[in-house]
Design a protein around this ligand. Structure first.
Ligand SMILES: Nc1ncnc2c1ncn2[C@@H]1O[C@H](COP(=O)(O)OP(=O)(O)O)[C@@H](O)[C@H]1O
Ligand SMILES: [Mg+2]
Length: 294
């Protein structure tokens, strides 16, 4: 049986109007990550990764294409219903300094996210906040403190707790460790992995760093100028990169280019990639953009 994708994006495009000009940030993105899967998106700055991430959590609307959450189409829902549905999709941002409100205690910020999904009893909210804080490795009494009292790594833990508060199925983490000290990065990546196992979350992990992708991702999509140029099991993409752009990315981390990562697909039957006619399958679940005209 083919597993049902938690999130399914089909031919998503995004055109921005900027200073009287049109800027096409996404040119037909189709991905379908599964429950329990960590799906990586890698590409250089400006390739459209964050734009896709924001669309996946409902912060931005696609210009065309279709988006499904747990099989239900969501891009054409009226705003009020869309907001409710997108509680299932939460985001962790790169900068834990600007993503938290400096004027609210972290208990209030996490509690609001619990309230938003319909829990109205403050005692229960308070208890849930404490549990979430412990889950991310912080003390329960952190709830009464303000963001500035925490380090960058601790703030990212708070951001993770807040993202988990509405019991999401999908978490988009956009460069979740790139603003942190290298010594802290592994701790946060390990935390993300352990939280995922517990909740069978689907992660979309956006990064420009192949070593971060190799550490966590089951599959990876390589984005270049708003397109996916290669997509497949991480071990396959890293071990036998097909597209010149992927090879360039890997050349920047030669250790990874030579060695295969230990990751493989989580399921035997990966769903097909989608209907993008230019992507051809070169081995099981591993697709590459046919045209190399970039
Ligand atoms: N709100 C916006 N208005 C206009 N252009 C935007 C907006 N957001 C992103 N872009 C443009 O879209 C392209 C992709 O940006 P982004 O998704 O942030 O890339 P990445 O996350 O891969 O660095 C860039 O050219 C960027 O300038
Ligand atoms: Mg970005």
């Amino acid at each position: 049986m083919t597993p049902v994708p938690v999130l399914s994006a089909s031919s998503i495009t995004k055109v921005f109007q900027a200073g009287g000009k049109q800027l096409t940030a996404l040119r037909g993105i189709s991905i379908a990550p599964l429950a329990g899967e960590t799906f990586g998106i890698i590409g250089e700055s400006g390739s459209g990764k964050s734009t896709f991430g924001r669309i996946a959590v409902g912060l931005e609307m696609p210009s065309s294409g279709e988006l499904y959450i747990e099989g239900e189409r969501v891009d054409d829902l009226p705003a009020s219903l869309r907001r409710k549905k997108f509680l299932r999709c939460q985001m962790i941002f790169q900068d834990p300094y600007s993503s938290l409100n400096p004027r609210l205690t972290i208990g209030k910020q996490i509690g609001e996210a619990i309230y938003a999904q319909g829990v109205l009893d403050w005692r229960q909210i308070r208890g849930d906040v404490g549990e979430l804080l412990e889950k991310v490795g912080l003390r329960r009494d952190s709830a009464d403190r303000y963001p500035h009292e925490f380090s960058g790594g601790q703030r990212q833990r708070i951001a993770i707790a807040r993202a988990l508060a509405p019991s999401p199925r999908i978490v988009v983490a956009d460069e979740p460790v790139s603003s942190l000290d290298v010594s802290i990065q592994a701790q946060i990546l390990d935390l993300l992995a352990s939280v995922q196992n517990e909740h069978l979350l689907c992660y979309i992990l956006i990064s420009h760093d192949m070593s971060v992708i190799a550490r966590l991702c089951d599959r990876v999509a390589v984005m270049h100028r708003g397109r996916i140029v290669e997509l497949g099991p991480t071990s396959s993409v890293i071990g036998t990169p097909q597209h010149p752009y992927t090879r360039n990315l890997l050349d920047a981390v030669p250790r990874l280019g030579r060695r295969r990562s230990g990751h493989g697909p989580t399921t035997a039957a990966l769903p097909t990639h989608g209907d993008d006619d230019n992507l051809i399958e070169i081995s099981s679940g591993h697709f590459v953009l046919q045209s190399t005209a970039m």
